[in-house]
Design a protein around this ligand. Structure first.
Ligand code: NAD
Length: 282
């Protein structure tokens, strides 16, 4: 199956990154958002990223122009009948996504793959919004999309093998690596990463030395950034939200958030974005 025409729904952080990545790989891209302003902002993000690549010498100005020319934008769902793939990357809200998927289902061709970039919602539950759940699956990109090499592919209960292999082919065309994972809370990467960060916070409660904890994982495990510094980067409120999600989703107390994490979030110490988390930022 040819995968020439791709639509991305939602022109925010992720949608604009997915749009850029697809267009850079040669796909014709339709970026849809309900807000005209969001489309403008999304296209500006793409332009900025491409300019940065030109400055670094990793992209020719002509290639940047070609990429931008392949991206079209719209506030309507009506053009979806031309699409081979539709990737939903709108605001993380179950009811909103269900409504969007119902509209996509109405307009998209029957052989169009429909996917969601959700980080936390059940793929099986989202699939129930459309008439043919076998053509739906999770395609979970990482931020920033143009840079990160991994994509998680998540099957819902009724996702077909054909849908899975089409998604795999797409990710290969984008030059990224796909890993297949089950429809479990937070899929694979965050299910492993966030408990590790939580454990680092438990250790911090005992020994109080954030620098030592981060150094131990950087130098002892060759991680590019220590777990506490990474938590600061992600945002401590986001880390807490993911842990709550894991604990509720699995019903397993091993995911309980460290009390210090809860306290820091309550105090408004959210990491880099608030100027202070486990480390101080100027
Ligand atoms: P965002 O807030 O930056 O962008 C969401 C966009 O969706 C906005 O532009 C908004 O106008 C648009 N939108 C809202 N309702 C819409 C509708 N009915 N039709 C079309 N567009 C609509 O959000 P984001 O960070 O880009 O996240 C998008 C999705 O990607 C979420 O499901 C999130 O869980 C997932 N995700 C986010 C990250 C991340 O690091 N931000 C990483 C992986 C996955």
């Amino acid at each position: 199956m040819t995968l020439q025409h791709i639509a991305v729904i939602g022109a925010g952080t992720m949608g604009s990154g997915i749009a850029q990545t697809c267009a850079a790989a040669g796909h014709t891209l339709l970026l849809i958002d309900i807000h005209e302003q969001a489309l403008g902002r999304g296209l500006q993000i793409v332009q900025k990223n491409l300019d940065r690549q030109i400055e670094k010498g990793t992209l020719l100005p002509a290639q940047a122009i070609e990429t931008l020319q392949r991206i079209h934008s719209s506030t309507h769902y009506t053009d979806l009948d031309q699409m081979d793939v539709v990737i939903e990357a709108a605001t993380e809200d179950l009811l909103l996504k269900r409504k969007i998927l119902q509209q996509v289902d109405t307009h998209a061709r029957l052989d169009c793959l429909i996917a969601s970039n959700t980080s936390s919602l059940s793929i099986t539950e989202l699939a129930a919004s459309i008439k043919h759940p076998e053509r739906f699956m999770g395609i979970h990109f990482f931020n920033p999309v143009p840079i990160m090499g991994l994509v998680e592919l998540i099957r819902g209960l009724q996702t077909s093998d054909a849908t899975c292999s089409t998604a795999g082919a797409l990710i290969e065309q984008l030059g990224k690596t796909a890993i297949h994972t089950q429809n479990r809370p937070r899929f694979m990467v965050n299910r492993i990463l966030i408990p590790m960060i939580n454990e680092a916070i438990f250790v911090l409660q005992e020994n109080g030395d954030a620098q030592a904890i981060d150094a131990s994982m950087r130098l002892g495990c060759n991680q590019p950034i220590g777990p506490l510094a990474l938590a600061d980067l992600i945002g401590l409120d986001t880390v807490l939200g993911i842990l709550d999600n894991l604990q509720t989703g699995f019903g397993d107390p091993k995911y309980r958030p460290a009390p210090l994490l809860k306290e820091m979030v309550a105090a408004g110490l959210l990491g880099k974005k608030s100027g202070r988390g486990f480390h101080v930022y100027s």
